[in-house]
Design a protein around this ligand. Structure first.
Ligand code: KG4
Length: 333
């Protein structure tokens, strides 16, 4: 079964054709990052308009690269939640209209389920149940994936997402948007113990965490240094911050594995591209004597291939939508 999938939840207009949930036939991503970089972050209205301009050409390119015509695809899928509502509506409405006009099923997909499913594309042997640390720009959580479409959030951030913290810290340090990859690069060779930064703890909810205090600590540190005329050692601060994020996330995935007895460990989302986090996850999983599944960097950030992978399993579970399907800024996984 070949599914044409559309992703437009934030600032990437993406389309892909995926076969049977596991094989990438094409994967096209048109990023708007340069336009948003001018403003230091994603401007929702600009994102929506950018999707309108790009979506038709991106979808056509995906079908062409797969060696097909629109009429050859078996179903059309789109991210319908969570995300920027105007941005989501562009992709969802495009996909619904296409499905309706071609007389094909329409499959609405949850964006975080999609991030998790990126691993299904990379690892043919991976099957539920598994535990997934999903960390991106909009959310950060530990998910028990009981089955392809049966998931439970075991813990997560009480405030900022990990990627949001990376982006804000990058902004304070003046290194540009998107901040995660830039901080990751700066952290190479930095001393991760040079700056003492907080690790959050939520009383009574050991799998929950917070990044707002860590983010504020870095902002205060930068402002204090500026006032005193002191130089910030950017590489050291980037390394110390990256270590604090990793120290917040990795032990919680470990605790979730101990609590549930599920020892198949997976990472997902844009922040799963972070080199410190990847190294720490590998070291932690090695302690259990298991591998940790992490998507290749090309599938960590937003893309439509992951939406097409999840869409296949949603279709098998009967989770199709109608022309009346709405998009939602937030929704339970
Ligand atoms: O998954 P994603 O592309 O979009 C959402 O679904 O939110 O994640 C984007 C986030 C951004 O905050 C970006 O700064 C962060 O992922 N990110 C990284 C890295 N690459 C992307 N954060 C840390 N290290 C990276 N290498």
């Amino acid at each position: 079964m070949k599914i044409l999938a559309i992703e437009s939840s934030c600032d990437e207009t993406a389309a892909a054709v995926i076969e049977d949930g596991r094989k990438i036939c094409s994967n096209i991503i048109h990023s708007q990052a340069d336009e948003h970089a001018l403003y230091g972050g994603v401007v929702p209205e600009i994102a929506s308009r950018g999707h309108v301009e790009a979506i038709s050409a991106v979808a056509q390119a995906a079908v062409r690269e797969a060696g097909m015509e629109f009429a050859d695809v078996d179903a059309i899928a789109a991210t319908c939640t969570p995300g920027l509502i105007g941005a989501l509506l562009v992709g969802a409405n495009y996909a619904k209209s296409l499905a309706w006009s071609l007389g094909k099923p329409f499959i609405p997909v949850h964006h975080i389920r999609g991030h998790i499913a990126a691993n299904l594309l990379a690892f043919p042997e991976l099957e539920p149940p598994f535990l997934c640390l999903s960390a991106s720009g909009g959310s950060s959580m530990i998910v028990l994936v009981r089955d392809y479409t049966d998931m439970e959030i075991l813990g997560g951030t009480r405030d900022d997402a990990a990627g949001e913290a990376f982006d804000k810290v990058a902004r304070v340090l003046g290194v540009g948007y998107p901040g995660g990859p830039k901080i990751d690069k700066l952290a190479q060779g930095g001393d991760d113990k040079a700056y003492v930064l907080p690790r959050s703890h939520v009383d009574g909810a050991p799998l929950d965490f917070s990044f707002s205090g860590l983010k504020t600590a870095v902002i205060n540190l930068a402002h204090n240094a500026e006032q005193k005329g002191e130089e910030i050692r950017v590489h050291d601060l980037a390394a110390s911050f990256s270590a604090a994020v990793s120290d917040t996330l990795v032990p919680r995935l470990k605790l979730a594995a101990e609590q549930t007895g599920v020892h198949t460990l997976v990472a997902a989302g844009g922040v799963a591209a972070n080199s410190r986090l990847r190294a720490d996850l590998e070291a932690m999983a090695a302690g259990f004597g298991v591998p940790v599944y992490m998507p290749p960097l090309s599938l960590c950030g937003d893309n439509a291939a992951m939406i097409g992978a999840q869409a296949y399993y949603e279709f098998l579970a009967g989770n199709t939508g109608t022309i009346w399907q709405n998009a939602f800024a937030t929704a339970e996984i």
